[in-house]
Design a protein around this ligand. Structure first.
Ligand SMILES: Nc1nc2c(ncn2[C@@H]2O[C@H](COP(=O)(O)OP(=O)(O)OP(=O)(O)O)[C@@H](O)[C@H]2O)c(=O)[nH]1
Ligand SMILES: [Mg+2]
Length: 410
């Protein structure tokens, strides 16, 4: 089976721009309003990460993408995007909508924490004058709520569960914990690393105090649902000083991406209507026909242009790319059947771009392409590097791979 699409979840205080981000990234219309708790049911859509296409690196004039898109030499590879109900401080005690809607993010592999950098919504998400509320406070309180949600799920019925772990081998303890938390899309390696980081290896889970379970849960959250901060609403003048402050406190410790979901939404819609030439992630856009724009539209586009110069784009594509490439550290590889044409058996050039985890081997790739192919695995040929490799070859970003198999079809 092809590799599972990574799932990116949007979290944040209510009324900070999560749905605006979602709409901008997916071009799905969803309700956006300047008041708290507009979103209740999750919005689920497809967004894309962007990377220079291998056809460019191979010096080919074009490709024939099937599972992804290639626009002007850029491969856009699909990822799942979830937009859920917002939080406020005290959500875990039931304030606002509580944190039960966070369960909609159980499948997420990585979270984008959308923050109102303009500080124009208060603790409860109500609109206030820009600069009123502190984004630092927002970051801290929402991260706390996310951790509390996670702890709530992990600690449910823990006493009974952990007593069942007494007197069984450590490996089995890990296996049982992994099974228990698998509904949160947590993998064995997350459990292993979290146990190590919280110095709880080879201890008896039934003897953990609340403090230790909390530490384990926090580490597990950091591994299984790592967060990137999207400093949203950077188009509001007050946001700039706030960003400086946030960077001075958290810069270096957290990944923080300046963004304007609003501007990206405007650009995506303008591009869809043919007013501008713009690809998500571009650092600039081009007006197709000035004469078709009203004075107001021109003014808005000029402001957006200046913003993009300053921040190197709108920040939306950067956020998605950072989540998938920097945090999940995924690679893009291209399986092919015909190495001399870089194509599948029908002649489609570089049809599939797979997003795979770092450490994925040639044999694992074979399994993703076709189980049969893996069964008869003989070797792999890394087309772009012109070398033959074995089953345990670790894939590198941009690899174009032909699997050589005794059970190859056709
Ligand atoms: N200036 C500015 N406003 C934004 C930006 N992104 C969102 N907004 C505004 O913020 C308000 C809330 O946007 P939503 O996308 O509905 O926020 P949300 O986080 O989904 O809110 P809930 O679903 O209610 O929790 C709307 O008035 C948006 O227009 C941005 O980048 N800049
Ligand atoms: Mg919303």
């Amino acid at each position: 089976m092809p590799p599972p699409m990574p799932t990116v979840g949007l979290v944040g205080k209510t009324n900070v721009g999560k749905t605006t981000f979602f709409s901008a990234a997916t071009l799905i219309d969803a309700k956006i309003e300047n008041r708290p708790f507009v979103t209740i049911n999750p919005n689920i859509g497809i967004a894309y990460v962007r990377k220079r296409c291998a056809h460019v690196d191979l010096g080919l004039p074009y490709c024939n993408p099937k599972n992804s898109a290639c626009l002007k030499g850029n491969r856009f590879i699909p990822v799942r995007l979830y937009d859920v109900a917002g939080l406020i401080r005290g959500a875990h005690r039931g304030r606002g909508l509580g944190n039960k809607f966070m369960d909609d993010l159980r499948q997420a592999d990585v979270l984008l924490h959308i923050v109102d950098m303009a500080g124009e919504t208060d603790e409860e998400g109500n609109p206030v004058k820009p600069g009123y509320y502190s984004p630092l406070e927002e970051i801290e309180s929402i991260e706390f709520e996310v951790d509390e949600w996670f702890y709530g799920v992990i600690s449910r019925d823990w006493d009974r569960f952990s007593r069942g772990l007494d007197n069984i081998p450590w490996d089995e303890v890990i296996a049982r914990i992994t099974k228990r938390v698998s509904g949160l899309s947590i993998k064995r390696e997350h459990v292993v690393e979290a146990l190590k980081d919280s110095k709880l290896e080879n201890t008896k889970p039934s003897s953990w105090r609340e403090e230790e379970l909390r530490l384990f849960s926090k580490k597990l959250r950091e591994k299984a649902k790592p967060m990137v901060i999207v400093a949203n609403k950077m188009d509001v003048p007050e946001a700039e000083d706030n960003l400086k402050e946030v960077l001075s406190v958290l810069g270096g410790k957290k990944l923080i991406i300046p963004a304007s979901a609003l501007y990206e939404l405007v650009l995506r819609k303008a591009a869809r209507s043919g007013f501008i030439d713009y690809l998500p992630g571009d650092r600039e856009f081009r007006v197709v026909d000035e004469s078709k724009l009203t004075a107001k539209q021109k003014h808005v586009l000029e402001k957006i242009e200046a913003f993009m110069k300053k921040y190197g784009g709108t920040g939306i594509q950067n956020s998605l790319n950072a989540a998938v490439f920097d945090v999940l550290r995924m690679l893009v590889v291209y399986p092919v059947e015909n190495p001399s044409r870089f194509s599948d058996k029908d002649g489609n050039i570089l049809p599939d771009a797979y997003l795979v985890r770092q450490g994925t081997t040639a044999l694992e790739l074979a399994e993703m392409v076709h189980t049969e192919l893996a069964k008869g695995f003989l070797a792999a040929y890394v087309v772009n590097k012109n070398k033959r490799v074995g089953s345990d070859y670790i894939l590198a970003d941009g690899d174009v791979i032909k699997i050589i198999s005794a059970t190859a079809r056709g």
